[in-house]
Design a protein around this ligand. Structure first.
Ligand SMILES: Cc1cc2nc3c(=O)[nH]c(=O)nc-3n(C[C@H](O)[C@H](O)[C@H](O)COP(=O)(O)OP(=O)(O)OC[C@H]3O[C@@H](n4cnc5c(N)ncnc54)[C@H](O)[C@@H]3O)c2cc1C
Length: 240
């Protein structure tokens, strides 16, 4: 499916006056459907493919919203290089502007049976995990779900308020976070793997892990989990 999507809302996460991440809500047709974990492709008429300027520059963006929500989706955009689509959306687009969207694509989704879900995100890699958490809780999931989230510093704490509210509302959902450039409020500093190493998992349970983040982080997280005794079959990932 391809459509012109109006930007309905914008929330920016900045560092020293520079937009690092931008969370946007976009209109989508009511019959648009996706599986939590999937992504859309986004483009804008003003951003061409630098290798073939007749073509638009399309970028893949994971959907962060619940698949129970109709009429709009949410994306988390990390501003990249100035010639790219992410930089343009983060720095030039305004509310009520339009983007071109295609989707949904991808095979990163929860298919396997599980007793417990563990979601491990680094930076904007939280986006597809957020779709999984929101969609599962919206459909009345009662099995335990734990999110481990690592990011650089506290002004880049995506969805902080919502995550805290979800934890209050749903006793089966908990989350832990760590920051790499500064001490977190809980006195922790480092990458998300540190949180995993400190956590006591019930290995008798069928735990399925879903990891997402930049290409450097995901293999390291997977290696940490395998070093803790979890099998490759339990570990599912998307890396950017
Ligand atoms: C399945 C999947 C899901 C993803 N989900 C997200 C997400 O939710 N949020 C997120 O922020 N990122 C996500 N990404 C990563 C994102 O798609 C890439 O970072 C993408 O490259 C961003 O596009 P960009 O044009 O901004 O590239 P940039 O970050 O600007 O550049 C990346 C590369 O593309 C080249 N490039 C830049 N501009 C152009 C151009 N105009 N024409 C041709 N090449 C160019 C650059 O030379 C560089 O090599 C996802 C990736 C995948 C595969």
């Amino acid at each position: 499916m391809e459509w012109k999507a109006k930007i309905l809302s914008i929330k920016d996460f900045e560092d020293e006056g520079k937009i690092i991440d931008r969370v946007i809500e976009l209109e989508c047709p009511n019959d648009f459907s996706f599986k939590p974990g999937q992504y859309v492709m986004i483009a804008h008429n003003k951003v061409k493919n630098k290798h073939d300027p007749k073509q638009l520059r399309w970028g893949s963006m994971s959907i962060a919203s619940s698949n129970h929500q109709k009429g709009k989706i949410e994306l988390v955009i990390a501003a990249g290089e100035p010639t790219g689509i992410t930089y343009f959306v983060a720095n030039k687009c305004k509310k009520n502007d339009y983007l071109l969207l295609r989707g949904a694509f991808g095979v990163f989704e929860i298919k396997e049976p599980y007793d417990e879900l563990v979601l491990v995100g680094s930076g904007t890699g939280l986006a597809p995990l957020m779709a999984m958490i929101r969609s599962k809780l919206d459909s009345g999931e009662k099995k335990p779900m734990t999110l481990f989230f690592g990011f650089k510093e506290k002004n880049l704490f995506l969805f902080q308020e919502e995550l805290e509210q979800l934890k209050q509302k749903h006793p089966n959902f908990q989350f832990f976070y760590i920051t790499s450039r500064e001490l977190s409020l809980e006195g922790k500093q480092g990458h998300v793997q540190e949180l995993l190493k400190d956590h006591s998992f019930n290995k008798k349970k069928n735990i399925q892990f879903f990891l997402c983040g930049p290409p450097k982080a995901v293999p390291d997280i997977s290696k940490t989990l395998q070093g803790m005794g979890f099998s490759e079959k339990q570990i599912h990932f998307e890396q950017w």
